[in-house]
Design a protein around this ligand. Structure first.
Ligand code: NDP
Length: 292
């Protein structure tokens, strides 16, 4: 059996097209242009690439992009002052502070300084609590994109066994909450999990969010399972720098029913969901009905 490849790039393009339609309507019917502010502290190369890509795509869907680049040694108070200014800026509907932050800053304090209704990353403690209690919230982009692909591929997820490998606040935990919300039976695995291969073998849905190149081989996968590979790992192979996921794609694709590739799977969906969250935040801020 060869798995169906879930094309995150094409899916993300369709999400961006919908976002563009909503942005055009907001402009034409309400005279409002959604705006996303992205704050980058320091010069981490991967973060610079992400921020550039976010800014470019924000403009491409017709929204305003506000980029704020701060020196690596900027005092935390200065960042908090900027966030306060963005919280009170009516043209800014979404605020994203690119992580990781330099060591002298307290990421929790910074994230929780963002107004929850503008927290398009969904990391503010209020949004975490709302998601955990099944209330309307801002949903973190990577888990949201993963869920959209799962729903599109499987339809109802109700009753399915799902294993999430990884329990980070930005991917594993919110992913598990979303799957629970879809009535999956959810197992969250992590570095202390015993018999991980057997745990994964039980799953109809496998979400790998670990950060270890090709850690999950095909013989851990239940035949026909749907595999979402969140991992982005840069490795050297045959003298070339390449990106691989947390799943060994070569062996897993012969067992799984469907699988996301790396690159071209979850990655493109993450930014598309960020844009969608910004439109949602803009609609909520203006008392307008929000996109589905
Ligand atoms: P973290 O490092 O924050 O979390 C990794 C998790 O994996 C931890 O919960 C850890 O367990 C668990 N883990 C580590 N080793 C093992 C092991 N041997 N067996 C089982 N579990 C293990 O990573 P993130 O959640 O931030 O990211 C995970 C991956 O997803 C990374 O590759 C990252 O680059 C990628 N990513 C991709 C995004 C995208 O847009 N596609 C967005 C965000 C992340 P423990 O808690 O016990 O330490």
């Amino acid at each position: 059996m060869t798995a169906q490849i879930i094309d995150g790039k094409a899916f993300a393009a369709s999400v961006r097209e919908k976002v563009t339609g909503h942005v055009n309507r907001l402009k034409e019917e309400n005279g409002i242009t959604p705006g996303l502010a992205v704050v980058l502290v320091g010069e981490d190369p991967a973060s610079q690439v992400y921020v550039r890509s976010k800014g470019k795509q924000t403009v491409e869907v017709g929204m305003n992009s506000f980029e704020h680049k701060l020196d690596v040694d900027t005092p935390e108070t200065e960042l908090l002052t900027l966030i306060d200014k963005l919280n009170n800026d009516r043209d800014v509907h979404g605020i994203l502070v690119q992580l990781p932050l330099p060591d002298h800053m307290n990421a929790d304090k910074v994230i929780n300084a963002i107004a929850p209704e503008k927290d398009v990353d969904g990391f503010h403690i209020s949004n975490v609590g709302l998601l955990g209690t099944g209330q309307k919230s801002m949903v973190p982009c990577t888990p949201l994109g993963s869920l959209m692909m799962l729903r599109d591929h499987l339809g109802s997820l109700s009753g399915k066994d799902a294993v999430v490998i990884g329990r980070s606040n930005i991917v594993g935990k919110p992913m598990a909450q979303l799957l629970l919300g879809e009535s999956c039976t959810v197992t969250i695995a992590h570095s202390r999990t015993k018999d991980l291969p057997d745990v994964v073998r039980r799953a109809d849905i496998v979400i790998a969010a670990v950060g270890r190149p090709e850690m999950v081989p095909g013989d851990w996968i239940k035949p026909g399972a749907t595999v979402i590979d969140v991992g982005i790992n840069r490795i050297e192979r045959n003298g070339k720098n390449i990106l691989v996921g947390d799943v060994d794609f070569a062996s897993a694709k012969d067992v799984a029913g469907a699988i996301t590739p790396v690159p071209g799977g979850v990655g493109p969906m993450t930014i598309a969901c960020l844009l969608a969250n910004t439109v949602t935040a803009c609609c909520r801020a203006n008392g307008l009905s929000e996109p589905e």
